[in-house]
Structures are given as C-alpha cells and as structure tokens.
Design a binder for this molecule. Structure first.
Ligand code: GUN
Length: 282
C-alpha cells in the first residue's frame, strides 16, 4: 500500500511556488500578496491562519492577517473587503470560516472580487469551475486532486465516489474529477447503501465529517482513497476513513494528519500566485 505523503508533496509544491514567486518578482518587480481575515477566537481557525501565514512567508509572498473580535459588525468586515478589493498590492483575499452567526457568510463571500477569491467560493468561480472555464479552485479539493494525479496520472473512465456534498469539498471535488473524465457518484448522508456505492469506486474521496465512516469492507481492492476528514475523538484526531482496515485493501491512502491538510495550505499559496498572474495579464 502506498501511504500518500501529503507533507512531502506539499513541501515539493511550496518549493516550486517559491521559485515561481522569485521569477515573478524578477519579471514584474512585485510579489503576490495574500490577506487573511480572521474573526473571533475559534481555536482551529487560529491555528490554520497561523499556518497559512507561515507558509506564505516561506514561499516569499507578501502576507497579512487582519483580526477582528467576535463582536465586529458585518459592515466593518464588508468595508475592509471593499478596501482590499481596490488595493493593487493584494492578489488574494481569504475570510476564514466559520463566521460568527450575526455575519452573513454569503454576503461576505460575494463581497470579495472573484479575481481575488483565493478560496474559489464566489458564485462566479463556482460557476466557472462547473462550466470548465478558468477559475479559482477551492484549496482542499485541489489538494486532493493533485494527490490523486500523483498516484494515477490518467483518470480517464475511472469510477470515482465522493462522500459528502459540501460547497467546500464534495461539490468542487466532483467537478475536478469530472473534468478528468471520471464517472463520478456524489454521495451523502441520505444515500441508500453507501457501502455499496463506495465499493464501486476506483477512487474514493471521503469528505463528510464522520469519524472512520469508510470501513475496510467498503473499499474495492486497489482503490485510491483520499481522506479529507479531521474529526476530534476520544482517541485523538481521526479522518473519515478507518485507516488500519482500509490500508489493508487500498492501493494508496492518505493519512490524517499529514495527508490532505498540508496540501490545502500549499494550494492556497498556488491560488494566490494564479490570481496574481491573471491580474498582471489583464
Ligand atoms: N475554514 C476551514 N476550511 C476553510 C477554507 O478552505 N477556507 C476558508 N476561508 N475557511 C475555511
């Protein structure tokens, strides 16, 4: 079984991006800039944002975190986004989710210029991705996609099963696999015979947020299994895949942690650089 080392692949990607930032700086005398807005005190969000900044600095991007207390009003956040939209030194804007309840997530996502939407959450980018046009691609599914392609460069006609239908993961993952000519089944909590559906997959992407849902006898021999889950349990952090059991049947499997997680951040940096490149082409 191949243990897919997301940490290593992400480090390689960061190395490539670092070189690219260097080249862009030589060519344009400018570096791509990423601004992350963090609202409140959600502990995982604080860790993610810190890691994002550390990685951004490592590859030579200009990066900034803007922090607001939980009590900040929606208008303050929206006005800051409008200001960043106009700032030519900022290539990418990310508002860390989840948001406090009194702030409308959809309004915030739609306030970000699609050209600076490094998350790929703006309806314009969602639509462009599903239509096969150029767009920002949500970082986690993009990271999963790059890991799958490392194991199997030709996905033509493969049967892929996506478990979970979120806007963050399941839906964009489906689009990426479709683009690669996979036959994709998107499953979710109401799917009848989830085990039977998973068993048909040459590729399974589990992004549903249920600890160790995908069992060893749900997986076809030699399938590629990507685990997006990060679930806190009594025995520590586990994914959506029962790792030990599945490792006995799968051809390749991502661990949690150290699989998809590091790729998500590397892909955010990649998206920031892509936004910069599109902006200098205009
Ligand atoms: N919170 C958890 N994952 C993400 C992500 O990919 N983007 C944003 N903006 N917030 C998140």
């Amino acid at each position: 079984m191949i243990l897919i080392d997301g940490k290593k692949v992400a480090a390689e990607l960061r190395e490539e991006l670092k070189q690219e930032v260097f080249n862009l700086k030589s060519k344009y005398n400018k570096v791509p800039g990423l601004t992350v807005i963090l609202i409140g005190e959600d502990p995982p969000s604080k860790i993610y944002v810190r890691n994002k900044e550390k990685s951004a600095n490592e590859v030579g991007l200009k990066s900034e975190i803007i922090k607001y207390p939980d009590s900040v009003d929606e208008k303050t956040v929206l006005d800051k986004i409008y200001e960043l939209n106009k700032d030519e030194t900022i290539s990418g804007i990310l508002v860390q989710l989840p948001l406090p309840k009194h702030i409308n997530k959809q309004k915030v996502i739609e306030a970000i210029l699609p050209e600076k939407d490094v998350d790929g959450f703006h309806p314009m980018n969602v639509g462009n991705l599903s239509s096969g046009y150029e767009s920002s691609i949500p970082c986690t599914p993009l990271g999963c996609y790059l890991l799958i392609k490392k194991i199997e460069p030709n996905l033509n006609g493969k049967k892929a099963v996506v478990v979970g239908r979120s806007n963050l993961n399941g839906k964009p993952m489906t689009q990426l696999l479709l683009k690669e000519n996979c036959t994709v089944t998107i499953t979710h909590s109401k799917t009848k015979d989830l085990k039977g559906e998973c068993l048909k997959g040459d590729i399974i992407v589990a992004a549903v947020g249920i600890p160790e849902l995908v069992k060893g006898d749900w997986v076809k021999k030699d399938a590629i299994v990507i685990d997006v889950g990060i679930n806190k349990t009594e025995k520590g952090i586990v994914g959506d895949v029962a790792f030990e059991e599945v490792s006995k049947v799968a051809k390749a499997l991502t661990p949690v942690p150290g699989g998809v997680g590091p790729m998500t951040i590397a892909c955010l940096l990649k998206n920031t650089i892509e936004c910069f490149k599109r902006s200098v082409k205009l």
